[in-house]
Design a protein around this ligand. Structure first.
Ligand code: IPM
Ligand code: MG
Length: 367
């Protein structure tokens, strides 16, 4: 007997809907093969929700997410909504509240460059002969993103802006546990990134990570200042296994990681809350790339980030490990066969350029 998993599907804007549709071909194929019953509820989010309801995150969407085991998210935003006040824009008005509301404090962003795709990376290929595989664990609900006070006001006749960086020790401890656990399941190396030469937040961060490391003696812990980490990522991405860092540094470094891996269109992400009684996480899963309005609606976007996000959802929120493994190896098979969407196509011998749906069909077939 299989359990029924409830998922909220929030496709959003730009390429969101088309890569989401494509990912359903793969998710459904995996569900069929492993006798998984999925109850899907599609809801509006982002610019699409603004157009239909006036709000980037309607109550109905929140209610659907609350009733689900996981959220599969596409992407939000685009030029149409860029001139709205910041707090009403799709990104700030939907993404940040969803993270905070569901306490999704742990953001896992894999930065993988497959050996067969090193030529798509802007990093000199002699520096990454075997590609690389880094996991960024970013704290997602604290730090300067959410600290109070946060304001722009007039002081002594001029405008003054304030953002506050705050970390409680408990917030650092819980993200450190996630990162050490992830490192244990990989290559046992964790690099904590901070700015402890300047910021008090980082002094506490480093001290706390060192304390927690005592519980994980098998994991080798190192520390880098964020400016140096940004350099080392370009110089020797292969030297990293897992990186753990705060919200703002993680935002920046994960984009750098995504860029050097060759294509944003390949990278999924997971934002997780606390573990429930079944040892699973409520989570939101989304491609690392954005809504790519420039190519939206053309059927050329790479659906792999969305497909791998669905795999992460199966793994972390639904406990369907075999189905997650099957999707991940089906993606590898499609790449090995030479199938390439435009973002990873270089015209090398053996490559075939395909669109969004053809790529997803090939992956579904390989399951
Ligand atoms: C991300 C994005 C968001 C962030 C923006 C859209 C608010 O850049 O998910 O990395 O800064 O966290
Ligand atoms: Mg970002």
């Amino acid at each position: 007997m299989s359990t029924t998993h409830k998922i909220s599907i929030l496709a959003g804007d730009g390429i969101g809907p088309e890569v989401m549709d494509a990912s359903m071909l793969v998710l459904d194929a995996a569900a069929k093969k492993f006798s998984i019953t999925l109850e899907k509820d599609s809801q509006l989010v982002g610019g699409a929700a603004i157009d239909a309801t006036g709000s980037p995150l309607p109550e109905e969407t929140i209610a659907s997410c609350q009733a689900s085991d996981a959220i599969l998210f596409g992407s939000v935003g685009g030029p149409k909504w860029e001139n709205l006040p910041p707090e009403q824009q799709p990104e700030r008005g939907a993404l940040l509240p969803l993270r905070k509301k569901f306490n999704l404090f742990a953001n896992l962003r894999p930065g993988v460059c497959l050996p067969s795709l090193t030529h798509a990376s802007p990093v000199k290929n002699e520096l990454i002969p075997n590609g690389f595989d880094v996991l960024c664990v970013r704290e997602l609900t604290g730090g300067i993103y959410f600290g109070q006070p946060k304001s722009i006001s007039e002081v002594d006749g001029e405008l003054v802006a304030i953002d506050t960086m705050v970390y409680k020790k408990s917030e650092i401890e819980r993200i450190a546990h996630i990162a050490f656990t992830a490192a244990k399941a990989r290559d046992n190396r964790l690099c904590s990134v901070d700015k402890a030469n300047v910021l008090q937040n980082s002094v506490l961060w480093r001290q706390t990570v060192i304390e927690i490391s005592k519980e994980y003696p098998e994991v080798e812990l190192s520390h880098l200042y964020v400016d140096n980490a940004a350099m080392q990522l370009i110089k020797q991405p292969g030297s990293f296994d897992v990186i753990v860092t705060g919200n703002l540094f993680g935002d920046i470094l994960s984009d750098e990681m995504a860029m050097i891996s060759g294509s944003l269109g390949m990278l999924p992400s997971a934002s997780l809350g606390n573990k429930n009684d079944n040892g699973l996480y409520f989570g939101m899963y989304e491609p690392s790339g954005g809504s790519a309005p420039d190519i939206a609606g053309q059927g050329v976007a790479n659906p792999i980030a969305q497909i791998l996000s669905a795999a992460m959802m199966l793994r972390y929120s639904l406990g369907e490990t075999a189905a997650a493994d099957a999707i991940e190896s089906a993606v590898d098979k499609a790449i090995d066969k030479g199938l390439r969407t435009g973002d990873i196509f270089t015209g090398k011998e053996g490559e075939t350029k395909v669109g969004t749906v053809a790529m997803a069909e090939a992956i579904a077939e390989a399951i």
